[in-house]
Design a protein around this ligand. Structure first.
Ligand SMILES: Cc1ncc(COP(=O)(O)O)c(C=O)c1O
Length: 389
């Protein structure tokens, strides 16, 4: 069988590979601490589960609108008004099975050979993978540790060419936990308008923020019509397995993306969308409790990592990842991640799993208990002292 050459351009998400490797070790009896996978370890709140079960019992088990049920889209529109002061019609809101499909569909709908897309590097790997798959050129802009993993705005300007069509932002960020400042976002908005760029604003970690308020580029004048604003339920409500996300779209993209949904998955399961309505409109205290606990874990892991010889770690402002600098250990980060898994039973990801500028770093997810974090820190310390003496 001769496959299309384009499948070679489709990358992947290493977290799932490392999870499988770690599980294979566990099947052999090895005790592994999981710091690789990026999902809240909390249960989906009871009220949301009950709403989903009720919707199944009420018969919401058939096909529904490809774009998403009107009742959920109306609630997302209200959420946009509440959280960002954005007034948007539910006609511009699209619900998908997870946030990820919005990345897949919008990039395919927008980019072609000859186009360029600027994306921060390191970044959630699906972006680079999809830009490459579309045939466009992926133009990385390095995140700088000394800028708390933000990027230099002049460097952004220097990457723009007449072919630049899309700029991808993610704040709070995966894998670094970095958060863009309001001044960064204002400058990016000016640049986007000056050069007529579309902005993809991935805001799936909007609620997992430890200081200040979330700031969305879509709320700036003139930006809503050129921004694909992505958010969802996976991280905020610990609903990764339910598969549901949403986007606010520029008007021209709504119909093509909805057609892609119809051509691929038809729709997002309606009973899950009813659970989504409960997530948005119901009590939010479980979200606040989860974020408070993440903050304690963040402090614990950053303090612990900074005590380990060869490791230094900044205090991230959002998401549930740390991105420690491990350059002094003197191994390539991929080799180091493999060593920590096989030698210490700690599953982590290499910074380069998120792009070339991730070399010299590891990504650790602290979406696990404080006891597991302490165990991982001890094990990493022991394993690295064998390397560094
Ligand atoms: C930055 C970012 N965007 C999107 C997603 C995808 O989320 P979902 O599970 O809702 O598809 C993730 C998941 O890790 C992510 O880190």
């Amino acid at each position: 069988m001769k496959l299309s050459p384009k499948v070679d351009r489709l990358g992947t998400e290493t977290a799932f590979k490392v999870l499988a490797q770690a599980q294979a070790l566990e099947a052999k009896g090895v005790d592994v601490v999981h710091l690789e996978i990026g999902e809240p370890d909390f249960d989906t709140p009871r009220n949301i589960c009950d709403a989903g079960i009720k919707a199944i019992n009420d018969g919401y088990t058939h096909y529904c609108s490809s774009q998403g049920i009107p009742a959920l889209r109306a609630e997302v529109a209200k959420e946009m008004e509440r959280t960002r002061g954005i007034s948007v019609s539910p006609d511009r809101i699209i619900i998908t099975p997870g946030a990820k499909p919005i990345i897949f569909y919008s990039i395919l709908a927008l980019l072609d050979e000859g186009d360029e897309a600027i994306y921060t590097n390191p970044l959630f790997p699906i972006y680079e993978s999809m830009i490459n798959f579309s045939g466009a050129t992926a133009v990385p802009i390095p995140l700088r540790e000394e800028l708390d993993f933000r990027f230099d705005i002049d460097e952004l300007r220097s990457k723009i060419t007449p072919r630049t069509k899309l700029m991808i932002l993610n704040s709070p960020q995966n894998p670094t936990g970095g958060v863009l400042e309001e001044s960064d976002i204002r400058s990016i908005a000016e640049i986007a308008q000056e050069y007529d760029l579309t902005v993809f604003a991935d805001e799936v970690y909007e609620y997992i923020l430890y200081e200040g308020n979330h700031y969305s580029i879509a709320s700036l004048p003139g930006m809503l019509d050129r921004t694909i604003l992505l958010s969802g339920f996976s991280k905020t409500y610990a609903m990764t397995g339910w598969r549901m996300g949403y986007a606010v779209m520029p008007p021209q993209l709504v119909d093509p993306v909805v057609r892609m949904i119809t051509n691929s998955v038809s729709c997002t399961a309606p009973f899950i969308q009813y659970a989504g309505i409960e997530a948005i409109t119901g009590p939010q205290d479980s979200v606040h409790r989860m974020v408070e606990e993440f903050k304690k874990r963040r402090d614990l892991i950053v303090e612990g990592l900074n005590k380990i010889k060869g490791v230094s770690c900044r205090l991230p402002k959002g998401a549930f990842y740390v991105f420690p600098n491990v350059k002094e250990v003197g191994m390539e980060c991929k080799e180091l991640a493999n060593y920590l898994l096989s030698e210490a039973g700690v599953a982590t990801l290499a910074g380069t799993d998120f792009g070339e500028y991730g070399e010299g770093y590891l990504r650790l997810s602290y979406a696990t208990s404080q006891d597991n974090i302490k165990k991982a820190l001890e094990r990493i310390n022991t394993a690295l002292s064998k390397v560094l003496g």
